[in-house]
Design a protein around this ligand. Structure first.
Ligand code: NDP
Ligand code: 2IT
Length: 447
């Protein structure tokens, strides 16, 4: 992708100032790739150096997380919180616990989060955090001690009006609960709105657990509707088998589609009859086991160790595991096999080469910052309920989520059209997300 001349200079500066952070460079390049027509139309963004400011996090926190494992050994991990942009509201974004986490991952996620949160239309800024801690194989006690140590440093940077974390890979309701308990203990404040993704009993919102997967499915449904299509009878691939993947499966089924394959980092399960939702929930949410166990218990399914899920023919692909999981070659395979729509539940799951293949082929392509925004949008609904000391019903909350996803899709479609690339939702999402943040920054002066 070639960038507009001024944007290329900004991009080169980002590379120079952030060496070795490949994922962050990739995320920045993708957004800058959409902004050529915007800087041409709004010269004040250049004179006020809005884009350079957006590319520089407002604050970056890196800290030591010491904890004791079950054998009495001392363990040391590294914790991160990147408070990227607060033009639209308090920093908001998840925490990722995964051994691959380093500053470049947290910065790519935090950067994406700015535009995603802007697209939701809710008053939330962008941030992200996490640790290189690997939760796999750790006992409940170890997870709790790690979360408590992590929060013992992080708490001083948080607050319902300052910075509000939630979950991401490796962080779900259990971890949020342990962190919330430690925050309350240190601060002596029952400040429900300081974390989202809480269990219902401690101020969580109905539908937050389901929200990212449901939202992504709603988004794909909106895309399909533009071509007089629906999920009815469609074969769907959903990579991953975590929170986003499971609730994508649930909603796709409700809308008449059939998820024929899922995966984890070890392999792929395939079931032409459609994956059994209850069995997946039991194995992943209750027993916390690997997806290979599914094939042991379900005779109509096959386990493909180290298999590539994107080799399986499908109508719709919903990557819901991790970044760069669809390569250019995978994208070509999907298109060749007749895939008509891709909705990204994960953050940046498609490489730049893959994105190019989808756009060139003219298939429906919903980029992560639009398609997976339902999770953070429902987090913002959780913050609203906490502020009101209220708890809404499931149906009402889901209705709001669906409305928000419809709105995001419409916003992206309009922005893509207005700036000369109809149907290109990458440009639509980047431009619409950027415009609100840029205007809010201008309104607040040079800060
Ligand atoms: P979970 O931890 O619940 O599940 C992650 C799943 O992805 C697991 O099946 C995991 O397999 C797989 N996975 C993770 N890393 C890798 C890797 N490096 N290679 C192969 N497989 C991998 O996380 P979530 O479902 O919450 O998150 C999934 C994606 O969705 C992430 O990209 C996240 O950023 C994004 N997202 C999440 C939101 C949320 O609300 N939770 C909101 C918006 C986006 P294994 O167990 O083998 O590691
Ligand atoms: O990537 C994401 O949007 C999330 N992990 C959810 C963030 C949130 O604050 O709910």
């Amino acid at each position: 992708m070639t960038l507009h001349e001024d944007l290329e200079a900004i991009y080169q500066d980002v590379i120079r100032r952030n060496p070795g952070e490949a994922e962050f460079h990739q995320a920045v390049k993708e957004v800058l790739g959409s902004l050529g027509p915007v800087v041409a139309k709004f010269p004040e963004f250049a004179s006020e150096r809005i884009i350079e400011r957006i590319c520089e996090p407002e604050r970056q926190i890196i800290f030591r997380v010491p904890w004791q494992d079950d054998r009495g050994n001392v363990q040391i991990n590294r914790g991160f919180r990147v408070e990227f942009n607060s033009a639209l509201g308090p920093y908001k974004g998840g925490l990722r616990f995964h051994p691959s986490v380093y500053l470049g991952i947290i910065k790519f996620l935090g950067f994406e989060q700015i535009f995603k949160n802007s697209l939701t239309g809710m008053p939330i800024g962008g941030g992200k955090g996490g640790s290189d801690f690997d939760p796999k194989g750790r006992s409940d006690g170890e997870i709790m001690r790690f979360c408590q140590s992590f929060m013992t440093e992080l708490y001083r940077h948080l607050g319902e009006y300052t910075d509000v974390p939630a979950g991401d890979i490796g962080v779900g309701g259990r971890e949020i609960g342990y962190m919330f308990g430690q925050y309350k203990r240190i601060t002596n404040r029952y400040e429900a709105g300081v974390l989202t993704g809480k269990a219902l009993i401690i101020g969580g919102s109905k539908v937050r657990t389901e929200a990212t997967g449901y939202g992504c499915t709603f988004f794909v449904n909106e895309m399909l509707r533009t071509r007089e299509q629906s999920f009815e009878g469609k074969r769907v691939l959903v990579s991953g088998s975590g929170n986003v993947a499971i609730y994508t499966l649930e909603k796709v089924r409700q809308l008449g589609g059939k998820v024929v394959a899922m995966s984890d980092s070890g392999g792929v399960i395939y079931d032409a009859n459609g994956i059994d939702l209850d069995l997946i929930k039991e194995i992943k949410e209750v027993e916390r086991k690997r997806i290979s166990v599914y094939a042991e218990r379900c005779s109509s399914s096959k386990y493909l160790a180290h298999g590539n899920i994107w080799d399986i023919p499908c109508d719709v692909a919903m990557p819901s595991a991790t970044q760069n999981e669809i390569t250019g070659r995978d994208a070509e395979t999907l298109v060749r096999n007749g895939c008509i729509a891709v909705g990204e539940g994960a953050n940046m799951p498609t490489t730049p080469e893959g994105v190019e293949v989808f756009l060139q082929a003219g298939i429906l392509y919903g980029p992560g910052k639009a398609a997976n925004a339902g999770g953070v949008a429902t987090s913002a609904l959780e913050m609203q309920q906490n502020a009101q000391r209220d708890a809404w019903k499931f149906e009402e909350t889901e209705r709001r989520l669906q409305e928000i996803m419809r709105g995001i899709h419409e916003t992206c479609v309009h922005a893509a059209e207005e700036f000369g690339t109809p149907g290109n939702l990458v440009n639509g999402a980047n431009i619409a997300g950027f415009m609100k943040v840029a205007q809010a920054m201008l309104a607040q002066g040079l800060i």
